[in-house]
Write a protein that binds this ligand. Structure first.
Ligand code: UD1
Ligand code: CA
Length: 454
């Protein structure tokens, strides 16, 4: 089939500089959700009609498979679809989706396509407790006769609770005919796509319809309030899917997945965690409360303790991270590593069994196995212009409050005394320290309040 996504509208009620269809839902643009759904139907042609913020929309959404069509000015949904006609293949039907209706299930669309096959006009309709604002489905002896927009409807028609979701499928040659004949004589002075229904009925065509399983599949976003409502629905669905797959969630209402979260067996996630991009949690991994994990992999049985922030890191099995750890891009921690509170790591590889348990900055470093990094250790990796690497070999012990001025190397089994400022390499198996000799001033007296001034 052809699929046309209408996305030219301004979305005034969002009160934003960002085009409406680019507002994120679960970390992905509204239009991105619609395109993902469209692609899973494997259309022959995928057309997106843009207008408001067209350049921004095109730049933000990727895909060589998309045929972009410009609608300027925006004269209504019928006018929008008419702009796409030159891109459509007449030998297959055309499915129309909206760029601001992001949560429609593929199965629902498949049912609509089936109901309309082989050559009928098919509408996705839904019963709403409060239908106001929507186009009403007018039926005569059960058969759909036309759609009347809310603003063009009288009291009697406004009482109808079956509404047009906007999603429809039509035989393409017929669509050309009907769109060419549209007029804009209505309350909004627009070319209504919905008027093709009366045209089809006039030709004696039967109008098919299908309904979604859930009302939220047809909800659109017109305001920040509706966006937030859809976000909650979306997150509730994600949480349900995770639990169905065996993940333990301390509270399904307090998890946010803004991307893809892949979990092994027996994964446990405490409250208020945010997952962004692509996150993988292996079997038995656990994530404590209030963590933010983005584009990372967490190995089997590893424990991420509360208030930890991870971005672009890979963590091995049986490791312990946090509480209050920050792992930045390029961090690779091997199995059984420990990274404790207030430790920041960036572009650092740390070998199996190594530990940095408290208060440290470790950047641009290669650390071997069984290394102990004492509290307050800092790799001085930046001279204001360039960044340099620190290498710490297996079994080294870095005393507390040491500064390693890169580029520098600590040899295998070396020990640095506490407070060392290391400016040249520390040899293997030796104690190296840089420390002003300790003195005691025997005759020194602490000044007294009210005492004599010198
Ligand atoms: C439309 C339907 C209405 C239906 C409702 C469902 C028409 C005339 N009415 O009304 O029956 O109940 O959707 O939400 O179709 N768009 C363009 N170009 C335009 C106008 C709109 O691309 O010139 C796009 C918008 O970006 C949006 C979609 O079409 O994605 C719907 O437009 P909108 O103005 O929200 O239509 P409604 O008035 O809500
Ligand atoms: Ca709308």
């Amino acid at each position: 089939m052809n699929i046309v996504v209408l996305a030219a509208g301004q979305g005034k009620r969002m009160r934003s500089e960002l085009p409406k269809v680019l507002h994120p839902l679960a970390g992905r643009a509204l239009l991105g959700h619609v395109l993902a759904c469209a692609r899973s139907l494997a259309p022959q042609r995928l057309v997106v009609v843009v207008g408001h913020g067209a350049e921004q929309v095109r730049a933000a959404v990727s895909g060589d498979d998309i045929r972009w069509v410009m609608q300027d000015p925006q004269l209504g949904t019928g006018h929008a679809l008419a702009q796409a006609l030159p891109e459509l293949d007449d030998s297959v039907p055309t499915l129309v989706l909206y760029g601001d209706v992001p949560l429609t299930r593929v199965g629902t669309l498949a049912r609509l396509l089936k109901a309309a096959a082989p050559a009928a006009l098919g509408l996705l309709t839904v019963e709403l407790a409060d239908p106001s604002g929507y186009g009403r489905i007018v039926r005569e002896q059960g058969a759909i006769a036309r759609i009347v927009e809310h603003r063009d409807a009288d009291e009697r028609l406004r009482a109808i609770t079956e509404v047009n979701t906007g999603i429809l499928v039509a035989p393409t040659p017929a669509l050309r005919r009907w769109l060419a004949a549209l007029s804009n004589e209505n309350a909004q002075g627009e070319y209504y796509l919905t008027d093709i229904v009366a045209a089809a009925v006039g030709e004696g065509m039967k109008i098919a319809s299908a309904q979604p399983e859930d009302e939220w599949e047809t909800l659109g976003v017109n305001s920040k309030t509706q966006l937030a409502e859809l976000e909650r629905i979306c997150q509730r669905n994600v949480a349900a899917a995770l639990m169905d797959a065996g993940v333990t969630l301390a509270d399904p209402a307090r998890i946010d997945v803004r991307g893809e979260l892949h979990c092994g067996r027996d994964v446990a996630i405490d409250v208020n965690c945010v997952f962004e991009g692509e996150v993988r949690l292996a079997n038995g991994a656990s994530v404590g409360a209030n963590c933010v994990l983005r584009d990372c992999t967490v190995g089997e049985g590893t424990e991420i303790k509360p208030f930890t922030h991870i971005d672009g890191a890979t963590i091995g099995a049986s490791a312990s991270i946090g509480p209050y750890a920050r792992l930045r891009p390029g961090t690779e921690l091997a199995d059984e590593t420990h990274v404790g509170n207030f430790v920041e790591m960036k572009k650092t590889r740390m070998g199996a069994g190594s530990k940095a348990n408290h208060l440290a900055y470790v950047g641009d470093a290669v650390i071997g196995e069984r290394v102990n990094i004492g509290a307050g250790t800092i790799t001085c990796n930046y001279d204001g212009v360039n960044k340099y690497q620190t290498v710490i070999e297996d079994d080294a012990f870095i005393g507390s409050d040491s500064q390693l001025v890169a580029p520098v190397r600590v040899g295998k089994g070396a020990t640095l005394g506490a407070g060392t400022t290391l400016t040249s390499d520390a040899p293997a198996d030796k104690l190296t320290l840089s420390r002003a000799p300790q003195v005691t001033l025997e005759r020194w007296k602490r000044p007294q309040k009210g005492g004599k001034k010198h």
